[in-house]
Design a protein around this ligand. Structure first.
Ligand code: APR
Length: 177
């Protein structure tokens, strides 16, 4: 079964088959990781995105990686946090799941995720981290691949991912604990 990696760093530098962009429904760029990916991939990315007709929340659209090391960029749109009773958890889970299903369809061996929706979209870190890790662990348990890397942009998030990952593995070993 492929490992799930947790690293501290900048997603644009990763040498993986696909990196995931936390985009907005227009797919025409923005700040945060979206801005970083567009800057690193170059102007051809925006031209490519213009032809995609946008992306719904919880869905994913694919482009080449252009100037990135990664071959592909999976653009997904996370939910804006509105208090947790507007389907945000299901939509966030869908972002991770649809990117993983796309990786399987394309027979990709590795994919890297940022912490979708936890920046401008305001998703509470603990809840978002739990959804990200549970979805990834469940998928890899079932499918055995791809190799997943969670890229944390700051130390506190990195610590949270590590601690949550340890707790979820213990829960899995002793589910009724
Ligand atoms: N590499 C990895 N992670 C990054 C990077 C980077 N270069 N830059 C930012 N991040 C992290 C943030 O620290 C945060 O943990 O990505 C996570 C998601 O934050 P945002 O980029 O703000 O994305 P999100 O909360 O999903 O909001 C999306 O913001 O940038 C706009 O166009 C985007 O409108 C959309 C909205």
């Amino acid at each position: 079964m492929q490992p799930i990696n947790i690293i501290l760093g900048d997603i644009v530098d990763l040498e993986v088959d696909a990196i995931v962009n936390a985009a907005n429904p227009s797919l025409l760029g923005g700040g945060g990781v979206d801005g970083a990916i567009h800057r690193a991939a170059g102007p051809a990315l925006l031209a490519s995105c213009r032809g995609l007709g946008g992306c719904k929340t919880g869905e994913v659209k694919l482009t080449p990686g252009f100037n990135l090391t990664a071959n592909y960029i999976a653009h997904t749109v996370g939910p804006i946090w509105r208090g947790g009773h507007a389907g945000e958890p299901q939509l966030l889970r869908s972002c991770y799941l649809k990117c993983l299903e796309l990786a399987t369809r394309l027979n990709l061996s590795s994919i890297a995720f940022p912490a979708i929706s936890t920046g401008a979209y305001g998703y509470p870190l603990r809840q978002a981290t739990e959804i990200a890790l549970r979805t990834a662990m469940g998928y890899v348990e079932m499918k055995g691949s791809p190799e997943i890397t969670f890229v944390c942009f700051d130390e506190p998030l990195y610590e949270l991912y590590l601690n949550t990952s340890i707790r979820l593995k213990q829960d899995n070993r002793h589910p009724d604990a």
